[in-house]
Structures are given as structure tokens and as C-alpha cells.
Design a protein around this ligand. Sequence first.
Ligand code: SF4
Ligand code: SF4
Ligand code: SF4
Length: 163
Amino acid sequence: MPAQASISRRQLLKGSPRPADFRPRPPGVTVASLGECTRCGDCVSACPEGVLGLADDGVVLLPDRGECTFCGTCAEVCEEPVFATDLRMSHTFVISNDCFVQAGITCMSCRDACPEEAISMQPRIGGPFLPVLNQSACTGCGACVAPCPADAIHAVRKEPADA
Ligand code: SF4
Ligand code: SF4
Ligand code: SF4
């Protein structure tokens, strides 16, 4: 069942709680393959979007800096078996109840930023349209994160966990 369809009426009205901190990774990097990362920084320097950084346990995606375009440069420059050939993200995103719309302020910045049209605005009575993120359409690119003025969009591990 698509994630969008499983959102309850209560969740739509109340929003989602802010999830626990979770580190998203670049496309093709799994929990298992991350163990091969030597933290050399080659992919960080090579990423044309500047959206990679280094955490204690290896490479990390920094969606607050911009959008991953799935160009594959990080995988090309990496000399270790960190990147799978299938450049999919192991994460998706949720919109927490920090969203300005929950406070009655009209905003559509995330919807406008999404290249996949994975965020739709849901009409409701008595308030501005609510953004609903369809996780089955979300690629994990992170383009919606930086434009959000409320810092309301957070990465979460994809379920069922495949990495
Ligand atoms: S796929 Fe391209 S844009 Fe995305 S993290 Fe890798 S180098 Fe950066
Ligand atoms: S992370 Fe998902 S919802 Fe956000 S812009 Fe990318 S595809 Fe759209
Ligand atoms: S950009 Fe942020 S504040 Fe604006 S509608 Fe989207 S989640 Fe809400």
C-alpha cells in the first residue's frame, strides 16, 4: 500500500512527530557497505552538488545543503566497495508537525521544490492546504529539505529496511 494512503485523518490534522536523528547516506550506500568506507573524502570533494560530508562512521548525505541529482560521481570516484551499482537511496523523508501549515501559515515550498511531484497539498476545512509526502514516489533526493523554512522535513530509514 502506498505510504500516502496509510496516512490517517488524525495524522493529517496533527502532523507527524519529529523523528529521531537519522543519517541519510548517498545513493547506493547500505549499512553493510558503509563499513568499507575509509573516510578518504574523495566522494565529498567530487560531488558537484556539495551534498556529501563525513561522519564518524563514513560518508553521509547532507540534504540541508541541496539536492542529490543521482549523477553517480560519488560512486565513480570511490575506490572501495562502498557504492552498489543500483544507485537508490536507503532513506525517505517525513514532514513533521513543525511544518508552518500546522500553525495555520500558508506554505508550499516543499511541494514546489520536489522534482518528482511526490508532495501534494491536501485541502482541509479551516486552515491552509497541508503538504503530504508520498514516500512511494520519493527518491530521497533531499531537494525539499533546504527550501523548508520550518526545518520540518527529516530523513528516515526506508521501511521495510533494505539496507
Ligand atoms: S550521486 Fe552525484 S549529486 Fe548525489 S551524492 Fe553522489 S556525487 Fe553528489
Ligand atoms: S526527497 Fe522526496 S519528497 Fe523531497 S524533493 Fe526529493 S523526491 Fe521530493
Ligand atoms: S516547506 Fe516546510 S513549512 Fe512549508 S509546507 Fe512544506 S513542510 Fe510545511
